[in-house]
Design a protein around this ligand. Structure first.
Ligand code: GUN
Length: 299
């Protein structure tokens, strides 16, 4: 997989996400034309976390660009839990809304698990509801967490069939680590989930044909932790001091160091990040089709 210069191929998630959004837009056009179905995504933001505000704005813009309806609900930081749950129930019962996303993290006084499990599983475009996690784990059709879906799409686009490959997932979160491991298992990979208590982490990483880094520690994974020619998917988005009074974004993998050993690698930014919103739009289209009893489009 390495390029002629011996360096890893750069996996262009930004370009892949753009082409996926075009396909989604065409599918939305078809749903509107043939079924009078315009998918709608409701995004709920509680508080004023700057990073969350940026994410929510981008989601709204890209939802509209794909030809879907976007509904934004911005609530103050001191919103009480009961009011938030009541809004979610209202969206659950609103026929123009096919997908509901509550931006995380939530303020400390709100129980995140309760909120996640109040979203109707059929509208849970984040795939966080316990029913969707269970469906995924048992191989049933499920709305699946967006970042993991994006990771596996990029790995398949790069490597083709993943069957029989060794995949090591570093990180065990409900949002990325666990679901990405489930998806790779469905692709017939042999899975290891590594985490902060894993012994000999470097050695474990060196076993990987596919290495998924989702720990949230800037540049933790070094070039010599990577098997020669491996496909490296970096989920980390960490802001570090750039030294000149500015900051810059880096992944969980030391990208420059990894270039010499990896066969292919996602950059940060421009790798997994853009895939997350594209997969959210894809999930919204899928949710709308499932709610209307239509066949799922091949996106
Ligand atoms: N905050 C950071 N990533 C996510 C995500 O994928 N979904 C939601 N709801 N909140 C997030």
């Amino acid at each position: 997989m390495t390029q002629e210069n011996g360096l890893a191929k750069r996996i262009d998630g930004k370009a892949f996400a753009a082409s996926l959004r075009v396909r989604i837009g065409k599918e939305v056009e078809r749903l509107v034309r043939d079924h009078d179905l315009k998918p709608g995504l409701a995004v709920v933001l509680v508080g004023e976390d700057p990073a969350s505000q940026v994410y929510v704005r981008n989601k709204g813009v890209q939802t509209l660009e794909a030809g879907m309806n976007s509904y934004e609900h911005k609530l103050p930081d001191d919103t009480n839990e009961a009011d938030l749950l009541a809004l979610i129930e209202k969206l659950n019962n609103d026929d123009s809304v096919h997908g509901i996303l509550v931006q995380l993290p939530l303020p400390k006084h709100i129980n995140e698990t309760k909120v996640i499990n109040t979203v109707h599983p059929d509208k849970d475009v984040d795939g966080f509801h316990v029913v969707n996690a269970g469906r995924l784990a048992t191989g049933q059709a499920a709305l699946t967490s967006c970042t993991p879906v994006g990771c596996v799409m990029l790995a398949k686009d790069t490597l083709g069939d993943l069957s029989g490959l060794e995949a090591v997932v570093v990180g065990r979160s409900n949002i990325v680590g666990k679901p990405v491991a489930q998806l790779l298992l469905q692709e017939n990979c042999t899975i290891t989930i590594a985490h902060s208590r894993t012994k000999n982490l470097e050695e474990v990483c060196r076993r990987a044909d596919i290495l998924i880094a989702a720990v949230g520690r800037p540049q933790m994974i070094k070039g010599d932790w990577i098997k020669k020619g491996a496909c490296v998917i970096d989920v980390g988005i960490n802001r570090i001091d750039a030294g000149n009074g500015k900051t810059r974004l880096v992944g969980d993998v030391d990208y420059q160091d990894a270039l010499a050993t990896a066969g292919s690698i996602t950059p940060v930014p421009g790798g997994v990040g853009p895939m997350t919103i594209a997969c959210l739009l894809r999930n919204t289209v899928q949710a709308a089709c499932m709610i209307k009893g239509l066949d799922l489009p091949d996106l």
